[in-house]
Ligand binder design. Structure first.
Ligand SMILES: N[C@@H](CCC(=O)N[C@@H](CS)C(=O)NCC(=O)O)C(=O)O
Length: 231
């Protein structure tokens, strides 16, 4: 049995869903539309967070670890263009690649914390810790921009890496929430080009980032047009 528990909006879970698609793996979609009770969340993971993956008798959480597990356990396609890289880190460059992924996940945590706090009633401008999180973003993006060889490459060159997937998911998350965060694409042209290429892949299109704000009550028949309550 293979299953993934996720919320539609989570960029961490979106990265795992995209990876499952890239690996052509079927799974039971346990999509949560509302935040469940602590007990329900705890039955899936002590972190009380999504995503959680069940596969072959294992229960795994933490999206980067799930990605590592999937690439270690399953083999991506070996023919075609824009192939998925078969490992989370390239042989001989393990620490550089793992550092890139850890840094990308820190960016995701900064963005999702700002988002979750906003819906709890605290805008980042009103809180020193969240303001520091906002200040973290250009530093992270500048560092990541310098890790990309050029505007036509991902972090692993021609192949598609987990790093490419998660960075794109986190930045699309920021772009699709009214978070008042300026990503300044013009300052990061390699990252911007990477994001456009990635969002055009079938795996990204099938697992789209959905616009969300607190007035959204659901999505239309296409699964992605936000619906608002009629006044
Ligand atoms: N480090 C975790 C972060 C996961 C995470 O932050 N998930 C969010 C959704 S984007 C969540 O479940 N938030 C609920 C909460 O923190 O209570 C991972 O990589 O999986």
């Amino acid at each position: 049995m293979r299953a993934l528990r996720y919320t539609l909006g989570s960029p961490f879970a979106r990265g795992v869903r995209i990876l499952l698609h890239e690996l052509d793996l079927e799974y039971e979609h346990q999509a949560e539309l509302t935040t469940p009770s602590v007990e329900e969340r705890a039955s899936a993971s002590p972190t009380l967070q999504v995503p959680t993956l069940w596969d072959d008798g294992r229960t795994l959480w933490e999206s980067g670890l799930i990605a590592d597990y999937l690439l270690t356990t399953y083999t991506p396609a070996t023919e075609g263009i824009g192939l998925l890289a078969p490992t989370i880190a390239r042989p001989g460059q393990e620490w550089e690649d793992k550092l890139t992924l850890a840094t990308i996940q820190t960016l995701g945590t900064a963005a999702t914390t700002i988002s979750q706090m906003k819906w709890s009633g605290v805008r980042w401008q009103e809180n020193d810790y969240l303001t520091r999180g906002q200040e973290r973003l250009p530093h992270l993006l500048g560092w990541l921009e310098r890790r990309l060889p050029d505007a036509d490459s991902g972090f692993f060159g021609d192949s598609v890496s987990v790093q490419d997937i998660f960075l794109t998911c986190h930045l699309s998350f920021v772009a699709n929430r009214p978070l008042e965060l300026a990503l300044r694409e013009q300052d990061h042209p390699r990252i911007a080009a990477l994001g456009k290429r990635m969002e055009a892949r079938p795996s990204f299109i099938d697992n789209p980032i959905l616009w969300w704000d607190p007035d959204v009550i659901g999505y239309g028949p296409d699964g992605r047009t936000p619906l608002y309550a009629k006044n």
